[in-house]
Design a protein around this ligand. Structure first.
Ligand code: PSV
Ligand code: MN
Length: 427
């Protein structure tokens, strides 16, 4: 399934007058404030957010799953779905694979198929949180931290295998997320479990190609409910530091206890040059996996404020972070959901680009808390959507991707092609 250039042009043509009016008004307002609008549009055009291969089907909960219809049946169809997103917004030019959910049988073919849609391969993800058919040792009580050497070895080998798959596709990073931990007090020796995890990671790190990065994701609970071995950014940071210069911490927005100051974590990691990547989503309670920006858009903006600050500061040596969406729930059309998430991320990014860094720095040095709030909320309340639409228009994408997706009846067409009861691999 494809969206043709002419369909996008026609859509943009219909919205042209209104878009132009809104864009001209905003551009003039911002230019009057001394903001270089062209520069911001350029940055927005360059900004790409990877789509996880597991977010293209309807997510479920432990209570059930309600298939939405037309879900991709294989890796090729997942790539086609991301191709659809990318032709609509030109901001989703990468896919992040989860192995073994999506093992490419013919890497060369998959690589060139993805590239025909303008899609590259982002970080690959290993999976030692589920047992696979015919697996010798169970991960029920952990993987890289497991008390048994054989189980750890199996998990290490799996990660090395994942790196090999990634190399064949042109990925440059592996993300390790461990479900390892314990459900009950005293079930596990914390110190030994962490030590074993470090040693396992060291073995994986030894197999990392020289131009690769290793991202360590943390999570305070779930599926283990008493403890997780890599519970927080501090533990991830500690491991990344011990591993070496190719290892980094990965921040998943849903992996924090309520009210955690995530923007401060971002700033700290960037100061140390150890923020490797991001998994975007939103939540009300925990790892809810909801659409980015649906609950706490101001927090998202404050996080981007720190990210932009860190990226623009020449004194920080943090590499450019890998951006990915990690969300999947069970009520929305996954493609519509992803379009909304990408939009929310780019809105927060655009707003952060509007912040006058020199002025904010003066305000902070003068301890003017009132002005700090005025300034940040003024930016947050600026409707930057015409900037995003303009960046898309110039890239031959749709000025309003979601509207066009619906107008073209894309989901109905996907159901017609793939059927109503298809089920994508994933959680
Ligand atoms: C775990 O909750 C996680 O955030 C990790 O990134 C996994 O790879 C992904 O979700 C699995 O859905
Ligand atoms: Mn994640």
């Amino acid at each position: 399934m494809k969206i043709y250039k002419e369909q996008i042009e026609e859509h943009n043509h219909q919205h042209e007058k209104q878009h132009q009016r809104q864009f001209d008004f905003l551009a003039e307002t911002l230019e009057n404030q001394g903001i270089d609008v062209e520069k911001i549009i350029q940055k927005l055009s360059n900004f790409q957010i990877a789509i996880p291969s597991w977010a293209l089907g309807t997510g479920g909960t432990r209570f059930g799953r309600f298939a939405g219809g037309g879900e991709p049946r294989n890796l090729e169809e997942k790539i086609e779905d991301i191709g659809l997103l990318h032709s609509l917004n030109r901001s989703s030019g990468a896919i992040s694979l989860h192995i073994p959910w999506d093992i490419p049988e013919n890497a060369d073919f998959i690589k060139s198929y993805a590239s025909s849609f303008g899609i590259a391969f982002d970080a690959v993800n290993s999976n030692t949180f589920q047992d696979q058919k015919n697996q010798l040792h169970s991960y029920k009580f952990g993987s890289l931290s497991h008390a048994s050497r054989d189980t750890r070895r199996q998990a290490i080998e799996h990660n090395i295998e994942v790196i090999k798959h990634g190399e064949a596709l042109g990925s440059k990073a592996i993300t390790v997320w461990l479900a390892d931990g314990s459900c009950f007090p005293a079930q596990q020796n914390f110190r030994k479990a962490l030590q074993r995890t470090l040693e396992s990671l060291q073995e994986i790190y030894a197999h990392l190609p020289a131009d690769w990065q290793l991202f360590i994701e943390y999570k305070p609970y779930e599926p283990n409910f008493y403890s997780t071995v890599i519970q927080d950014w501090g533990t991830s940071f500690l491991l990344a530091n011990k591993l070496g210069h190719q290892a980094f911490t990965l921040v998943d927005l849903g992996h924090h206890l309520p009210n955690t100051n995530i923007e401060q974590i971002v700033a700290t990691l960037m100061m140390e040059g150890k923020l490797g990547g991001f998994h975007f989503n939103d939540s009300k309670y925990g790892d809810d996996d909801l659409t980015v920006g649906c609950m706490k858009p101001y927090q998202l903006f404050l996080i981007f404020n720190e990210l932009v600050e860190g990226m623009e500061d020449k004194n920080t040596k943090n590499p450019y972070p890998a951006w990915m969406i990690d969300a999947s729930h069970n009520v929305k059309d996954p493609l519509e959901d992803l379009l909304q998430s990408v939009e929310a991320i780019k809105i927060a990014y655009a707003q952060a680009l509007l912040v006058n860094r020199a002025e904010l720095s003066d305000i902070q040095d003068n301890n003017d808390t009132v002005k700090a709030q005025e300034m940040m909320q003024n930016v947050f309340r600026t409707d930057v959507r015409p900037l995003l639409a303009e960046a898309r228009r110039r890239a031959n994408a749709a000025t309003n991707p979601l509207e066009l997706f619906r107008k073209l009846n894309m989901r109905e067409k996907l159901i017609g092609e793939r059927g109503k009861l298809t089920m994508a691999t994933g959680l």
